[in-house]
Structures are given as C-alpha cells and as structure tokens.
Write a protein that binds this ligand. Sequence first.
Ligand SMILES: [Zn+2]
Length: 265
Amino acid sequence: MSKRIYLSPSNQRNNTYATGGTNEMAQCDKIAKATETALKRCGFEVKVGKSGDTMQNRCNESDNFKADIHMPIHTNAYNGKVTGGTRIFCLNSNGRKACQAVLNELGKISPGTADSITYQTGLYEINVPKALTVYVECEFHDTKTGADWIRNNTSKIGEAICKGLCSYFGVTYKSATSTVSSKKVLDSQGYKKGQNSDGVLAIKELLLLAKSLKIHNQGMDENGGFGDGTEKAVNGLLKKWGYEPNGIAGDNFIKKLTAGIKKKI
Ligand SMILES: [Zn+2]
C-alpha cells in the first residue's frame, strides 16, 4: 500500500524574505507544490494543506487523511546574518530516521552548512498529529544568499525532500526526466534511418498511402531509402500513438499502421 504524506506549508505571510519581495508563506506553498508533484510521481499519496490555513485545521486534515508522515514546510530566520542550512525537527528518537533521510538530501543542496536535527517537544504540529512529524526548515530566508537560493530552487527543494522520503520508505525515486524516458517503446528492433532495402521500400509505400488518407502529413524521402523524412513520419506517428519516438519501424509499427489504413479504406 502506498504511503501517505501530509504537507503543511507555512502560513506565515508576514515573514518577509531578504530579497524578491516575497514571504515565507508564498515560497513554502511553492515548495509544497513541488514536493507533491515529486512524491505523486514516485507513487505516494499526498495531501497539501490549503494555503494560509491554520495549524489546527492542518492537523485535523492530516489525521483524517491517515497520514504516515506529517510534514510542516517552513523557511527559517535568525538575525539576517546567518545562512544556517537545513534544520529538521521531530518529537523524539522515533522520528529521527525519517528526519535524517530528508536531511541527507536537502542538507546536501542548501547553501548553509550548519544542518541539524533537533527534538522539539513544544511545537503544535509536532505534538498534535497522529502521524510522525518531520518538520522541515529549508534554509534561512533573512539573508540574501538564503532568500535567493530558496526562491530559485523551490523545485529542487521539493525533489530533495521527496528523495529523502523515498529513501526512508525504501521506494525508488523517479526524477521527472526518468518518467519521460520510461515512455513505452513500440518496437525496439526494426527498420531505421540509414537503411535501404525492399522492407524499407514497403514501409515508405505504407507511409505514403497513410499520408494520402491523412493519417499523417509528412512527405517521404524521394530516394535514398530510410531518410530524414521517413524518420519524421515514423516518429510523428509514434508520438501520436503515445510511444517513445525512437525512429524505429518494426513489426508492431507496421501492424498498427496497417490497421489504421484499413479503418480508413
Ligand atoms: Zn516558519
């Protein structure tokens, strides 16, 4: 069963950033959105608290959602002079492993180096939720270095938090690009650019017929076998059918194209 993560981005709109004319709430909403995208891609169930909502409502929602992890997302401040890195809080040693997993990833990319995990027994969102709380303070926003970094890296921060939770739960992390390239392949073997044979000629004739039936609109290479035009036509159709455009016209491609042509004539 997939794990459930409740994200509770800071509602502190009055905590202003050193740069960018922005505030903790606005940036934490962005980080939560990025974290949600990454976690869902990796198979987690995720709920994000409504922007600006109270911690009381957030904790109720988290309990009703039956979260495995309750994660407040904040950015930190001290005296305007310290870019202090990633700070993560939990109630006690029970939450430490999860905090460490997130710290391993987020601490690596946040510019400050004094990363730490501390036990905080006095915080509402650590004490109240039924789930284990991992309370993340992503870098300090009251220095130029910290504020610039957070504002420019909300997606990266979300990915790092996700990587940490993946490692804690033993789930394989999938990056946005790995999802794109894991698009299914229709044929891994078959005719491709540079080839010239009777088989290629047959494919070009099929593609020409398909063009006349308006299945695609790419012109064929006049001669020279399987050239750029043929490849464009093949990839155009593969994309249209939802497959990886790998430029290969194999048995499955021919079957699918033939079926498409039969439907039109
Ligand atoms: Zn805060």
